[in-house]
Design a protein around this ligand. Structure first.
Ligand code: TYD
Length: 204
């Protein structure tokens, strides 16, 4: 298998991506790769602190964007880049497409500013493959677990999530090779089969 791969999982809250992340990591591990499973915002002590702020404290969209990119810079330099450099596979729950979908689409924040921040922070680094779990906002709302307090995003209404989905759609259209749309309405076993097929198709 290819050394050093960077896979990201995307989708609105409740789309079901978390269920499949561990299975993908296990599949890659069986293939003999070193696997790092991580998440954004988060993945380092500093970035996890920034996550607490972003998910818990009221702030405007630019502040959100600056904090998630600050977290991302730390995550990239402390974890992701070193892992890729030694040939590991990084499996990341959310990455910059979330920023374009949530801050750009959901909050309506300036996409050109987000692109500038993306350029500074990532210096051209992009995931090799992004699995986008696409699900209607109304279905995702029903699936979101009721057993824990919703964060700032999970409290948003359906119209917000419609805009987030539109944000993902724009990113997918702009990068059709990197992005693979997963129909998250299908039962988990079918979703898992589609993911396995996609990974096999990419030699993973
Ligand atoms: P998520 O990672 O799905 O965690 P959980 O499953 O524990 O709720 O939630 C993180 C939230 O952060 C999610 O609502 C999307 C939001 N987010 C942004 O708004 N911008 C970003 O750049 C990222 C990475 C996440």
């Amino acid at each position: 298998m290819k050394a050093g791969c960077f896979l990201t999982f995307e989708g609105i809250d409740g789309a079901g991506k978390s269920t499949h992340i561990d299975a993908v990591a296990e599949r890659l591990r069986r293939a003999g790769a070193e696997i790092i499973v991580t998440r954004e915002p988060g993945g380092t002590a500093l970035a996890e602190q920034l996550r607490e702020l972003v998910l818990g404290s009221p702030m405007d969209a630019l502040t959100e964007a600056l904090l998630v990119f600050a977290a991302r810079r730390d995550h990239l330099s402390q974890v992701i880049r070193p892992a890729l450099a030694r040939g590991a596979c990084v499996v990341c729950d959310r990455f910059t497409d979330s920023t374009f979908a949530y801050q750009g689409g959901g909050r309506g924040f300036d996409l050109a500013v987000l692109s500038a921040l993306e350029g500074w922070v990532q210096q051209g680094l992009q995931p090799d493959l992004t699995l986008w779990f696409d699900l209607p906002a109304s279905v995702a709302a029903q699936r979101r677990s009721a057993d824990r307090a919703p964060d700032r995003f999970e409290r948003m209404d359906e119209a917000f999530y419609e805009r987030v989905i539109e944000g993902y759609r724009r990113r997918a259209l702009a990068d059709p090779v990197r992005f693979v749309r997963i129909d998250a309405l299908r039962p988990p076993a079918e979703v898992a089969a589609q993911i396995a097929e996609v990974l096999a198709g990419r030699g993973l």
